[in-house]
Design a protein around this ligand. Structure first.
Ligand code: CU
Length: 120
């Protein structure tokens, strides 16, 4: 029983490693279909980015982020301003903070941040 359990853990661990490698190796291939699938539900496509906050405009509901490449959008790393879906998303965000964010590319060709999470 103990032996079987250990074997199972090994299978799970190697499976996770394989998935991780596939993800790192095939970002473009994987994010295309994923974005298309999401688009059917949200009238747009959902993307994910990471970066460092440069400026927060709480009243205007805008945030400037120096973000890394976003492969699913074929965007290189850059610094740009984004509108947030809800100003409350910015209440705990400060300049200099490292964040992950979900970005909705709307059917009207707008880019709107729908979620912000701190990264340690
Ligand atoms: Cu950008």
């Amino acid at each position: 029983m103990k032996k079987l359990h250990r074997f199972y853990l090994l299978v799970v661990a190697s499976g996770l490693l394989g998935a991780g490698l596939a993800l790192a190796d095939g970002m473009d291939r994987m994010e295309g279909p994923m974005a298309a699938r999401v688009s059917g539900q949200t009238q747009g496509s959902l993307h994910h980015g990471e970066g460092v906050v440069q400026k927060v405009d709480l009243i205007g509901g805008k945030v400037t982020i120096a973000h890394g490449a976003i492969n699913s959008l074929r965007w290189p790393a850059m610094t740009m301003g984004f509108t947030v879906q809800d100003r409350k998303l910015l209440e705990r965000v400060v300049a200099g903070e490292r964040i992950g964010f979900d970005l909705l590319h709307t059917a009207q060709d707008q880019y709107v941040i729908t979620r912000i999470m701190p990264i340690q």
